[in-house]
Design a protein around this ligand. Structure first.
Ligand SMILES: [Zn+2]
Length: 162
């Protein structure tokens, strides 16, 4: 079970259809504010991630604390808040790690990047830098940054002479 993804715009449209008296600008402002809090890792008083859509009406709380149900079934959540949650499973945040143990890569939000899960683009297989331990960190950062892109670009690419 999980949330159904919805964009902010689509959710606002849906919500206004069901609640015609709601003020659109006000709803949007509350949703954006809850989403911002979610991204800033504001938590429910019980420690869970906040449910952005519910929090926009009743204040920052998680799904369970708002609805009393253990998990969502046909409930919506703003897509930006879901994506992050799925990708973050088991990932450690830099604030939660003993400073003496911090090494490796972290993304822009401060979450640890699991290098083993970064896909290697086929371009890398014909590159001189492939499997070069000195280049590995830069290669992985570059791959990570472009994970969601259709095409992989690399300025450090050097073709192997076969
Ligand atoms: Zn809670």
């Amino acid at each position: 079970m999980g949330f159904k993804k919805i964009s902010i715009d689509n959710y606002i449209e849906l919500h206004l259809k069901n609640n015609p008296t709601e003020n659109k600008a006000d709803l949007e402002r509350r949703l954006l504010s809850a989403l911002k809090d979610y991204k800033n890792r504001v938590k429910c008083s019980c420690g869970n991630d906040i449910w952005v859509i519910g929090s926009a009406s009743v204040g920052n709380s998680c799904f369970t604390c708002i609805t009393g149900e253990s998990s969502p079934t046909d409930d919506y959540e703003i897509e930006d808040a879901i994506k992050k949650r799925e990708n973050r499973k088991g990932q450690r945040h830099i604030d939660d790690i003993n400073p003496n143990e911090i090494h490796g890569l972290f993304d822009d939000d401060g979450y640890e990047i699991n290098i083993d899960l970064i896909k290697k683009p086929s371009l890398c297989l014909t590159c001189l830098h492939n499997d070069d331990p000195n280049e590995e960190l830069l290669c992985n950062l570059n791959r990570f940054d472009q994970q969601s892109e259709q095409e992989f670009n690399c300025f450090a690419y050097k073709k192997i002479d076969f």
